[in-house]
Design a binder for this molecule. Structure first.
Ligand code: IMP
Length: 428
């Protein structure tokens, strides 16, 4: 039962792309199971920087099947653009499979995302404006269009026309916009529909067959635990189940198939968009981390908010996902700091100290960090491939994180390049 789920433990951008790329060497299939092109996974191979948004990272390896699962919301023209980009770089996309049940991000979902954010004003969520929330809202409201509709021109025309009756009411009466013409919307997606049709299939069957054959299948989480619709800092979350449970739902596999859940933990914290962030550094150390870590969004180019590692939220992530191991990323970014802090508890507005993540959003918003400090290190260790080659202070820091989490370390990322990794325990 070699299914392995790889999950971001924080607010996204932990460096999952590189970890999945590394594990994919031993896998036969990599599956995306939620989200859409709000995600941005960067992989650096020599001089080539690949920024993937919808296609699973596994596509880079010729022996790996790349699957877009039923839990995703897919933007067809953007997916075609991504496939063209990959082909242009000499990466074959023939081994791609798209679930016929995945939902389609329609042009009006992008409009509504933008209009809703504007309407929220000061309470805006800071979405990526890729239409993700409105697409999932339509899925739940049972007026969404799926990939199986998109690739059948008559059915697509019929369903898009019906959906637009509703959507146009929303656009005109709620936002004072002009109604959209169904023919134009349909024509806009026709070329992408034709191009993607050969890839659309029953991906749950494909994945289960691979698992039955005993092959390694990786489930590549997008966004992260603290952006999960149920477990994240609601309402400042994305609209899908980005934690481990979402993998089974979004790919059509049984929880009994899952062998490992690998949490990807950045050695500091970053977040784009709004929402509570107790360890945020609004000072020169924060600026230093942003610049040294090049903390600007892959998808939107926005500057990420940065701060110290937060073990309270990480323990919570370990609990709701059931991490069997963690991959610590970007340890090299912290080199050069005199002192490094770890948030070990929260002080709530009423003075209470807690080590448990508060369930109440209002309480969470008033939480401040209680820190433990550790000495930093200076050295450049991107050539390190073994635990013993890391500076002693860096080792102590990683060990302390692992102890506070109660989860062993599987991998440590020590540089931007594909092979800049220290392996402690091979999780496959
Ligand atoms: P949405 O997913 O575009 O609706 O955005 C909702 C929230 O999730 C916003 O705070 C976004 O900045 C955040 N978000 C969505 N996708 C990602 C991601 O891949 N990395 C980090 N943050 C993300």
């Amino acid at each position: 039962m070699p299914a392995i789920i790889v999950i971001g433990a924080q607010w996204g951008d932990e460096g999952k792309g590189k970890i999945v790329d590394h594990l994919a060497e031993r896998a036969k299939m990599v599956v995306r199971y939620q989200g859409g092109n709000n995600a941005g996974h960067t992989v650096i191979i020599g001089n080539m920087v690949l920024k993937l948004h919808q296609v699973p990272t596994g596509i880079i390896r010729p022996h790996v099947a790349a699957v877009l699962g039923n839990g995703m919301v897919i933007n067809p023209p953007a997916l075609v653009e991504e496939l063209d980009m990959l082909e242009g770089k000499g990466i074959s996309t023939t081994n791609l499979h798209i679930s016929s049940n995945a939902h389609v991000v329609m042009p009006y979902h992008l409009m509504i995302d933008e209009l809703e954010e504007r309407l929220r004003g000061a309470r805006a969520l800071g979405t990526t404006k890729r239409g993700i929330g409105p697409a999932y809202a339509d899925k739940a409201a049972r007026r969404g269009l799926r990939m199986q509709d998109l690739i059948e021109p008559d059915r697509f025309a019929r369903r898009a026309t019906a959906a637009l009756e509703w959507i146009n009411l929303e656009l005109t009466s709620m936002f004072g916009e002009r109604p959209l013409a169904a023919e134009e919307v349909i024509a806009q997606y026709a070329p992408a529909a034709k191009r993607l049709a050969p890839f659309v299939t029953d991906t749950s069957l494909l994945i289960n067959n691979a698992l039955k054959r005993g092959e390694n299948v990786l489930f590549e989480g997008a966004q992260a635990t603290m952006l999960d619709i149920d477990f994240g800092t609601y309402p400042y979350v994305t609209s899908s189940s980005s934690s481990a449970g979402g993998a089974c739902l979004g790919a059509g596999v049984s929880p009994l198939m899952v062998k490992e859940v690998l949490g990807v933990v950045k050695t500091y914290t970053s977040r784009v968009g709004k929402g509570p962030f107790p360890t945020e550094l609004a000072d020169s150390t924060g600026d230093w981390i942003v610049e040294r870590g090049n903390e600007y969004g892959t998808t939107t180019g926005r500057r990420r908010r940065c701060g110290w590692i937060d073990l309270v939220s990480l323990r919570y992530a370990a609990r709701v996902n059931g991490f069997t191991g963690v991959a610590l990323t970007r340890l090299d970014v912290l080199s050069g700091l005199n002192e490094i802090k770890l948030c070990v508890a929260y002080r709530l507005a009423d003075g209470t100290i807690t080590e448990d993540y508060p369930m109440n959003t209002e309480v969470m918003s008033g939480a401040t960090a209680v820190y433990e400090a550790m000495p930093g290190w200076e050295d450049d260790f991107s050539a390190a491939r073994h635990w013993e080659e890391l500076p002693p202070n860096a080792r102590s820091y990683c060990q302390r994180v692992s102890d506070l989490l109660g989860v062993p370390i599987d991998l440590i990322s020590v540089g931007a390049e594909r092979n800049d990794l220290v392996g402690l325990r091979w999780p496959i």
